[in-house]
Design a protein around this ligand. Structure first.
Ligand SMILES: Cc1cc2nc3c(=O)[nH]c(=O)nc-3n(C[C@H](O)[C@H](O)[C@H](O)COP(=O)(O)O)c2cc1C
Ligand SMILES: [Fe+2]
Ligand SMILES: [Fe+2]
Length: 416
């Protein structure tokens, strides 16, 4: 089966997919590496009238994939009466101008906030605005119901529920990185794929949605309070959940509450060094953590991308950050890393900092300022700082501090 094959979800409900690979766009959203690609799912509900729910991006070769899959199911753009936009971000709407050029009769369905964006981004005004509780009868028993879920991920977002097929179309919510290949549904994943998509969903969550966890929890509560019978959760990125649709909801809840700490019994170490003096303590620190049999995720900056550091740090109960002083401040890539922790809400961690300086120091001061600035709510352990090369005593102190932190992590009661 080709990766780009239309799939029937339920009678008269189809999924079309466009996978985008790293070589097509380099970085997703201009920042996140996608070595395993990302998929854009678009759904077609056929009543007497047809609705395309969540589109795909405009990147070269992408819209044609959807058009080809429509043909496979004997549809054309002429069968599309409504384009339902749960979310206006261009990865789900880039296709809209081409779609409307091919069929100018299409009516866009979106929230009022999204309508403003549709006009300013695409100069399109054939729009029907909807709000929470509204529905759209497509005929033949197919009815779409709308619920606004603001700020998951932009302010204009909503979800769409089709009541006959009992499918909830959630766009970015419950999505993940990773192209879709042979496995499409949760029940088709083998153990390796389960782990892969789990990891990629956490990376996606922290990178893309991490700043909006409060809104994610609010959206989940809001949709849960509607008591909709849900057979399938159909996100616009990645795997579709039909065997156990609540699994991905629970997973997202867990991700959202990681920001409240304590989280997994793991430590994430991020270190940096110019001339090797800070680096000299890295193995000692790792040994200290491991002496307590606690898992440690290890990254170096700027070598490792924050896209991978963020999910590891976010799910860890404690962090160890190593950086030397540089021009009376922190080594710059570490300042960027802390900036990212702030933006993506890596909150409520127990944190140990270590690093070398030459004559004045200064890294520690800026470190504390940034932690304060970003309101990270971190509990700090006494830092380990030394001049020049670390002594034996510094090594011993570092080993002990790392082991003590690991012991604390083991004793922390996880909130999940
Ligand atoms: C570009 C540069 C700027 C530095 N600025 C400072 C500084 O402002 N204050 C200070 O105490 N040391 C400063 N140092 C000295 C380093 O902090 C010191 O050499 C330290 O041992 C470097 O650690 P590393 O070997 O892990 O890179 C600077 C070093 C470099 C290379
Ligand atoms: Fe988005
Ligand atoms: Fe998206």
């Amino acid at each position: 089966m080709s990766q780009h094959t239309a799939v029937t979800l339920k009678q008269d409900v189809y999924r079309f997919v466009a996978n985008v690979e790293e070589e097509d766009i380099d970085l997703f959203e201009g920042i996140w590496p996608i070595p395993h690609g990302i998929s854009m799912n678009s759904y077609f509900v056929q009543g007497e009238k047809g609705a395309l729910i969540d589109l795909v991006c405009a990147w070269e070769g992408t819209p044609v994939k959807v058009l080809d899959q429509m043909k496979e199911k004997s549809f054309s753009v002429k069968d599309v009466h409504y384009a339902v936009l749960n979310h206006m971000e261009p990865d789900h709407t880039g296709f809209l101008p081409l779609l409307m050029e091919k069929n100018p009769e299409i009516t866009v369905v979106c929230t009022e906030k999204a309508a403003k964006l549709v006009k300013s981004f695409y100069n399109i005004d054939r729009i029907m605005t909807v709000k929470s509780g509204d529905s759209l009868d497509l005929g033949d028993g197919k009815v779409l119901h709308f619920q606004e879920i603001p700020n998951v991920h932009w302010p204009e977002t909503m979800v769409t529920y089709e009541s006959q097929s009992r499918i909830l179309f959630t766009c970015d919510a419950f999505g993940g990185f990773g192209s879709i290949e042979d496995a499409i549904f949760d029940d088709q994943l083998n153990e390796g794929q389960k782990k892969f998509y789990y990891d990629e969903s956490l990376r996606y969550y922290v990178d893309i949605v991490g700043a909006f966890s409060t809104f994610v929890l609010r959206a989940i509560d809001k949709v849960a309070s509607l008591n909709l019978p849900i057979d399938i959760i159909a996100p616009a990125h990645g795997i579709i959940y039909r065997k156990n649709p609540m699994e991905i909801v629970e997973r997202y809840k867990k991700f959202a509450t990681y920001m409240e700490g304590p989280c997994e019994k793991e430590i994430t170490l991020v270190w940096s060094s110019m001339y090797g003096n800070t680096e000299k303590l890295v193995q000692t620190i790792i040994d200290g953590v491991r002496s307590e049999n606690v898992d440690i995720n290890i990254f170096r900056v700027p070598q490792d991308h924050s896209s991978y550091i963020l999910p590891a740090a976010y799910r860890s109960s404690a962090l160890i950050l190593g950086m030397p002083t540089y021009e009376y401040k922190m080594f710059p890539p570490m300042a960027y890393t802390i900036d990212m922790f702030g933006r993506k809400h890596v909150y409520n961690k127990k944190v140990l900092r270590f690093g070398s300086y030459g004559w004045s120091g200064g890294a520690q001061k800026e470190f504390e300022e940034l932690v304060e600035k970003w309101k990270l709510k971190w509990t700090m352990v006494d830092p380990i700082e030394w001049e020049g090369s670390p002594t034996e005593a510094t090594h011993r102190k570092a080993f002990e501090a790392a082991a003590a932190l690991a012991r604390e992590v083991k004793q922390m009661a996880a909130v999940h």
